[in-house]
Ligand binder design. Structure first.
Ligand code: FES
Ligand code: FES
Length: 162
């Protein structure tokens, strides 16, 4: 066991963790922040996407011990005192959430995209979420949500299924 200290969504936590504990299990089970999902557990599905020191990572591929001293952002940190984030609102408005299992990871990947590209093309959006699997939506509504959010709603009708 080792003691780690992290900041998650602006709050500090200090916990004992086993050396082999993943950041995903640490976030979900030790901190009780179950918004971050466990899909494959192998870095394939993106359900566990979080920000670690400002970089998007698959939390299932990072050890909690590696995050000692880090700043982490999860889906729980996205909504503010005025409600859902703009990305979350756009997902809701465009029916981009069905079962919702992929949604936390999708929102984090879209946030990363929009940090670097305020007007992403449909291709750029597809590329940004290619590591996030969705079994429900066919992805179209997710891409539409991002287009809508970035003032490109006129492109929505031109989308082909991906
Ligand atoms: Fe981490 Fe699938 S649970 S990528
Ligand atoms: Fe169900 Fe994406 S909404 S997996």
């Amino acid at each position: 066991m080792m003691k780690i200290k992290v900041t998650v969504n602006g709050l500090e936590y200090e916990r004992d963790v086993a050396e082999h504990r993943t950041l995903l299990h640490f976030i979900r089970d030790d901190l009780g922040l179950s918004g971050t999902k466990e899909g494959c557990g192998m870095g394939e599905c993106g359900a566990c996407t979080v920000f670690l020191n400002g970089k998007v990572v698959n939390a299932c591929l990072v050890l909690a011990a590696e995050a000692d001293g880090a700043s982490i952002e999860t889906i729980e940190g996205q909504a503010g005192s005025f409600g859902l984030s703009d990305i979350q609102k756009a997902f809701e408005k465009n029916h981009a959430v069905q079962c919702g299992f992929c949604t936390p990871g999708m929102v984090m990947s879209v946030k990363e995209l929009l940090r670097h590209n305020g007007k992403p093309t449909p291709e750029a959006i597809k590329e940004a979420i290619e590591g996030n699997f969705c079994r429900c939506t066919g992805y179209t509504q997710i891409i539409e949500a991002v287009l809508d959010l970035t003032g490109q709603g006129d492109l929505k009708g031109e989308l082909k299924h991906v």
